[in-house]
Design a protein around this ligand. Sequence first.
Ligand SMILES: NC(=O)c1ccc[n+]([C@@H]2O[C@H](COP(=O)([O-])OP(=O)(O)OC[C@H]3O[C@@H](n4cnc5c(N)ncnc54)[C@H](O)[C@@H]3O)[C@@H](O)[C@H]2O)c1
Length: 263
Amino acid sequence: MLLENKVAIVTGGSKGIGRGIAVKFAMEGCDVVIADVDLKESEETLNEVKKMGRDGLVVACDITNSDKVRELVKATVTKFGKVDILVNNAGMGANAGPTTSVATIPEDEWDKVVAINLKGAFLCCKEVVPLMKEKGNGIIINLSSLGAVHPPGVHPHYHAAKAGILGLTYDMARELGPSNIRVNAIMPGPIRTPFYDPIVKDMSDEEKAAFFDMLNNLAPLRRMGTPEDIAGAALFLASELSAFVTGAVIPVTGGLPLQPSNH
Ligand SMILES: NC(=O)c1ccc[n+]([C@@H]2O[C@H](COP(=O)([O-])OP(=O)(O)OC[C@H]3O[C@@H](n4cnc5c(N)ncnc54)[C@H](O)[C@@H]3O)[C@@H](O)[C@H]2O)c1
């Protein structure tokens, strides 16, 4: 067991990558707090955590709301007494079609996308870091995106926010290393999750099939990733296997931005 008797908060843990991480951590002996706005799916993740023999908690939390984040951390400490690992995973894509020119994004849409994908991580860190400092150790894992450095489409608010996550990761790694708190990021490529639901919702079945076929053939490994692929990297970063790793960004992209060869 790589995470025996650890306690993790996974934001956006109700589905997709967050659920994959929550279940993987539970398999390795970790109790998991699922912080999300989707309570129904969060309960399902909690069931899966319990099936692995671990305890957990669902907390209704919009990570863009500092009061809710404070309540999240309080509820975690009340039930489990500590926070060993924070996974800043909650996020959302830009939902205004395949391209959203910087010239036409409404200001409130910019604010919303940046708040969910960047400010939320800041608010969670702000609450958790003092506890980790007091405890003398901690692990923070932030979810960026390959789009932060190689945008596959035009979504400046989403990509800027995910690039901001990289800056936050590097800065915090520097500040918090001496406090024995490691801060790293994962940079996913295309991962098959409900993240794509808003993107494909108006497509016909044929269009959807063609879209996922395209994504499945984009990377040298010739498939989309799965939540388990990301959970493997998260487990590495959360465990002592990565004891000397901080300020790192791990691409989990099937090889992107390398192009597949035809040989
Ligand atoms: N799926 C991909 O291809 C991909 C690629 C690169 C990066 N990412 C990033 O990985 C992370 C997880 O993505 P996913 O594919 O699992 O997405 P997803 O849409 O399947 O899951 C995101 C989760 O975040 C939750 N959430 C959204 N807004 C929230 C808020 N304000 N407060 C709390 N929870 C909130 C949702 O309810 C959902 O459970 C995100 O940060 C995403 O940007 C995903």
